[in-house]
Design a protein around this ligand. Structure first.
Ligand code: GLU
Length: 395
C-alpha cells in the first residue's frame, strides 16, 4: 500500500475535533517565519517574539554549569524542587509583600504551562473567562482547550490600552468563572494603575470569580511601579510568573504559579500526568537567579535601561512616520496602528516583512484589528535600521 503519511489532506480529517479547532500561536508562527527567512540569508529584523536579546546573567549561567557538574540532572518533585519553591516564596515576600507557603507554589515548563495548568484546574465546559483585549494569543487558545469560552473586553488605544473595570463587570454573566489580568501587558505594554487593578480585584471578589494574574513582565517597567494583585484577594488569585522575561531565560523554560493550596495541588496533579517536573538544571539556575538578589537586580537594571532607550527611539520614530503608537510603559512591545499602510493588519505586516524586511506580529489574534505588535527586544541599531526601512515603505 502507498504510504500517504506525508499527505496532510489524508491525515488531517483523522485528527481530533479539538485539535482541528485549535489555531497555531501567531507569536510563535510569525517568529518561526522570521527565523526561517534569516536562515535563508535574508537580512530580516525579527521584531516578532518577545525574547530578550541579552544572554542570562553570568551567575545564572555559572549555576547551570554547576548543576550539571554536581549531577543535579535527575527528575525533581513534579511541583519543582523545594529549594526553588522556597526561593520563589522569598522573592514574592521580599519584592511584592506577599506571603505564600511553599505548598502553594508549582514550578512548570514556562509561564505558558503554568497558565495552562490554571485554566485546566478551574474551568468546566462552557465556563466563561473575561480577558481584557488586546490580549496575548495563548490565553483564548488555552481557555478553549480547557473547554471554556473567552469573553474579550476591548481596551482603547486612546486610553493606553488600560482596561475599564466597569466594562469588565458588564461582561460578567452567570457563566463567568475567571478574569485574566496582565500588567505590564503583552501585547500592549500597558502598565495598569494600582487603582484600576484594585477595582478589578474588587469586581472579581464581588462576583466570586477567580483572578489569574500574569506577572511575567514585572521587572520591565519604565514609568510607574509594579502592583502585586494577589495582595487583595489571595484566596482566589492565581499568580503566574516566570524566568523568561525579567531574567532573560526564555529557552530555559521555567515558570511558576502561586495559588491557593487546593488549586496548586490540582495543577500539580495535572502536570504530574503530563510533563512531570520542569528542567532540573534550569530550576537550579533560576533558584540562584532569585537568591542572588543584588547581582540579579543589577542585571535587571541594566536590561531595563537598554529596553527603555529602544522604546523611546522606536515609539517616537513610529509616531513621526505617521504610524500612531501609544507610549507603552512596560514590557518590550509597542502596538502600532498600521491602517495607513493597509486597513488589513495582516496585509500590512506582510508588506513590512516583504518590503522593509521587518518582521512583526499582526494584531488579529491579539484582537487588535488595524494594529501590529513590534517587540523592541533587539539592539538599538536594529531598532534604528527597522525605522529607516519602515520609513521607505510608508513613503
Ligand atoms: N511570550 C512571547 C511573545 O508573546 C513568546 C512567544 C510565545 O510564547 O507566545 O512573543
Amino acid at each position: 500500500m502507498r504510504d500517504r503519511s506525508r499527505d496532510p489532506e489524508v491525515i488531517m480529517p483523522q485528527l481530533s475535533n479539538a485539535i482541528r479547532a485549535l489555531k497555531a500561536s501567531s507569536t510563535v508562527a510569525f517568529n518561526a517565519k522570521a527565523l526561517e527567512l534569516k536562515r535563508a540569508g535574508v537580512d530580516v529584523i525579527p521584531m516578532t517574539a518577545g525574547e530578550p536579546d541579552f544572554q542570562p546573567p553570568a551567575h545564572v549561567i555559572a549555576a547551570a554549569h554547576e548543576a550539571i557538574d554536581r549531577g543535579m540532572t535527575k527528575y525533581t518533585a513534579s511541583e519543582g524542587t523545594r529549594e526553588l519553591r522556597e526561593a520563589i516564596v522569598a522573592k514574592h515576600a521580599r519584592e511584592n509583600g506577599l506571603s505564600y507557603a511553599v505548598e502553594q507554589v508549582v514550578v512548570s515548563t514556562g509561564g505558558k504551562q503554568s497558565l495552562f495548568n490554571a485554566f485546566m484546574a478551574i474551568l468546566d465546559p462552557g465556563d466563561e473567562v473575561v480577558i481584557p483585549a488586546p490580549y496575548w494569543v495563548s490565553y483564548p487558545a488555552q481557555v478553549q482547550i480547557a473547554g471554556g469560552v473567552t469573553v474579550p473586553v476591548a481596551c482603547r488605544a486612546e486610553d493606553g490600552f488600560v482596561p475599564d473595570p466597569a466594562a469588565i463587570e458588564a461582561a460578567i454573566t452567570p457563566r463567568t468563572k475567571a478574569i485574566v489580568l496582565t500588567s505590564p501587558s503583552n501585547p500592549t505594554g500597558a502598565v495598569v494603575p494600582e487603582a484600576v487593578l484594585k477595582a478589578i480585584a474588587d469586581v472579581a471578589e464581588k462576583h466570586d470569580l477567580w483572578l489569574i494574574t500574569d506577572e511575567l513582565y514585572e521587572h520591565l517597567i519604565y514609568e510607574g511601579t509594579f502592583t502585586p494583585v494577589a495582595q487583595w484577594y489571595p484566596e482566589r488569585t492565581i499568580l503566574v510568573h516566570g524566568a523568561s522575561k525579567g531574567y532573560a531565560l526564555t529557552g530555559w523554560r521555567i515558570g511558576w504559579a502561586c495559588a491557593p493550596i487546593a488549586v496548586a495541588k490540582a495543577m500539580n496533579t495535572l502536570q504530574g500526568q503530563v510533563t512531570s517536573n520542569a528542567n532540573a538544571i534550569a530550576q537550579y539556575a533560576t533558584q540562584v537567579a532569585l537568591n542572588e538578589v543584588d547581582a540579579t537586580a543589577a542585571f535587571q537594571a541594566m536590561t531595563r535601561a537598554a529596553y527603555r532607550e529602544r522604546r523611546d527611539v522606536l515609539v517616537a520614530g513610529l509616531n513621526d512616520l505617521g504610524l500612531p503608537t501609544p507610549m507603552p510603559h512596560g514590557a518590550f512591545y509597542a502596538m502600532t496602528d498600521v491602517r495607513s499602510i493597509d486597513p488589513d493588519e495582516t496585509a500590512a505586516a506582510t508588506m513590512l516583512l516583504e518590503r522593509a524586511r521587518v518582521a512583526v506580529v499582526p494584531g488579529t489574534d491579539f484582537l487588535a484589528p488595524g494594529f501590529v505588535r513590534l517587540s523592541y527586544a533587539c539592539s538599538i541599531e536594529r531598532v534604528r535600521t527597522a525605522l529607516e526601512r519602515i520609513a521607505e515603505v510608508v513613503r
